[in-house]
Design a protein around this ligand. Structure first.
Ligand SMILES: Cc1cc2nc3c(=O)[nH]c(=O)nc-3n(C[C@H](O)[C@H](O)[C@H](O)COP(=O)(O)OP(=O)(O)OC[C@H]3O[C@@H](n4cnc5c(N)ncnc54)[C@H](O)[C@@H]3O)c2cc1C
Length: 465
């Protein structure tokens, strides 16, 4: 029996597979797409995801295929100054197409020994006290101790579990197409964007442009055809700009949905399977990566047999509120993109307010996920937040986190004792006397200078000594 089966080799599934492999967990990933193809989806990684890539030694290979961005405007396109007080060693995002992200994460998971099976579709599941049985489209079955549905917004795993998926319906849909154009769209786009903020054409690599176009109706049906998109483009802009060679055509709405629960027994949901919302702000893929890094080490701890009580439950307790907060941001951004004089006035005011100290950092922190603080029941504001990278005597902190173990950043002469297989002690003569205990996902689990208190928290997060 496999340790963990993951359904879906999108960004969430591949990241999770790699996180589990860091701890030696046997992982099989099922992916119904026979090969990785262009996806008219994510275009960027925000600060927290950049940090996570650095923590796992992946940043160089991503930077080689990406462009850095540090411009204000992820919040509903409102021109905010890029904050210079973001507490991070990586104060930038990476513009990189989703297909490349998936390829790089897939390579990483394969290098670590994950078994990724393409062209294999899961159709149902059944669980008992010992494990989970997955039924495949060809009638075969597979069995594992645990299963994670990272199978996207229309998750078969979520449906099989009967988990509710609730939220607001879409009130306005948008087409998105990655195409080549034979005509320069600049003049028409400039004119139309005076009144239509949801229309835009942006060139990106290889002569391909991304066209974003308000749809005439709201639909929950199948993805649109290229012809349907062209008809709407002609009706809206008076021309189709000679659009041809579509790489991908999709449609998304303003609606959002959140899974009522992220876990039933031995089965978990992560990424879009647990939450969907409009791509405004470009957060979905990032959220999925961060789900994966939160869940990976916890599930590995259970498989390895050292998980303390309640560790697996903390996945939903920590990650669902983060998704809820993203939904709130998305709803606010959707409202700010309405095309009426009142909303235009609101945007003007927010642009002014955005120049005040701290405002841009707050809004950017919401989008970039640097502002996330898990409620770990401590008053100390450092506890629950992610630890930014710091220089240690002999290198950077993040460079010492590649193997996915916890870290004691020791400033008080403390020791990790019998937990040394799960937690590495790194001496740090940085600011303050407090030592910090970091979980494998880089969040601070404890801050203090008392050895007994440390051991209590080592036991709380890393099990019995
Ligand atoms: C237009 C658009 C723009 C976006 N821009 C951004 C952005 O800039 N930044 C950002 O962070 N996010 C963005 N997103 C969101 C992002 O694309 C998603 O949040 C992300 O793809 C979710 O990753 P995932 O791995 O959870 O799910 P998915 O990417 O949906 O992957 C799920 C995988 O599971 C497979 N699968 C599904 N069912 C089965 C089954 N039964 N058996 C086997 N395999 C199965 C699918 O084939 C797929 O490969 C955008 C989305 C859209 C639509």
């Amino acid at each position: 029996m496999t340790d963990v089966l993951i359904v879906g080799a999108g960004p969430t599934g591949t990241m999770l597979a790699a996180e589990l492999r860091l701890h030696g967990v046997q992982v099989v990933v099922l992916e119904k797409r026979a090969s990785a193809t262009w996806r008219a989806g994510g275009l960027g990684l925000h600060v927290r995801s950049v940090e996570l890539l650095d923590q796992r030694g992946l940043l160089d290979r991503f930077e080689a295929e990406a462009t850095r961005f540090s411009v204000g405007g992820p919040f509903a396109g409102i021109a905010l100054p890029w904050p210079d007080d973001l507490d991070t060693a990586h104060p930038y995002g990476l513009a990189i197409r989703q297909e490349k992200i998936e390829r790089l994460l897939t390579d990483h998971a394969l290098e670590l020994g994950a078994d990724i099976r393409r062209g294999v579709e899961a159709t149902g599941l059944d669980q008992d006290d010992d494990g989970v049985t997955v039924t495949l489209a060809d009638g075969d079955t597979l069995r594992a101790r645990y299963l994670v549905g990272a199978d996207g917004g229309r998750s078969v795993v979520r449906s099989a579990l009967g988990i509710g998926f609730h939220g607001e319906p879409s009130t306005a849909d948008t087409y998105l197409a990655d195409v080549e154009l034979t005509e320069d769209p600049t003049a028409v786009v400039t004119e139309l964007r005076r009144t239509h903020l949801r229309f835009g054409i942006a060139p990106f690599e290889g002569g391909v442009s991304r066209v974003i176009l308000p749809a005439a109706t709201v639909s929950d049906g199948p993805q649109p055809t290229f012809e349907e998109f062209l008809d709407r483009l002609r009706a809206f802009a008076g021309t189709d700009f000679g659009a041809h060679s579509p790489r991908g055509v999709s449609r998304f709405g303003t609606g959002d949905r959140l899974a009522d629960s992220y876990r039933v027994g031995r089965v978990f949901l992560a990424g879009d399977a647990a939450h969907v919302h409009p791509p405004t702000g470009g957060q979905g893929l990032n959220l999925g990566l961060q789900d994966a890094v939160n869940l990976g080490w916890k599930l590995a701890a259970v498989v390895d047999g050292w998980a303390p009580a309640g560790l697996l439950d903390s996945y939903e307790a920590e990650r669902r509120p983060v998704a809820e907060a993203v939904v709130v941001s998305c709803r606010a951004m959707v409202a700010l993109l309405r095309e009426d004089p009142q909303t235009a006035a609101l945007r003007t005011l927010l642009t002014e307010v955005g120049q005040l100290p701290g405002v841009s950092a707050h809004l950017t922190g919401r989008i970039a996920a640097t502002g996330v603080r898990y409620d770990l029941g401590a008053d100390d504001d450092r506890v629950g937040r992610r630890m930014p990278d710091v220089e240690l005597g002999d290198g950077r902190l993040y460079a010492r986190m590649h193997d996915g173990r916890g870290v004691l950043l020791d400033r008080a002469g403390l020791t990790v004792g019998a937990w040394s297989d799960r937690v590495v002690r790194l001496p740090d003569d940085g600011c303050g006397r407090d030592s910090l205990l970091l979980r494998p996902d880089g969040h601070v689990a404890w801050a203090g200078d008392d050895q007994q208190e440390l051991e209590d928290h080592l036991a709380r997060w890393f099990g019995a000594a």
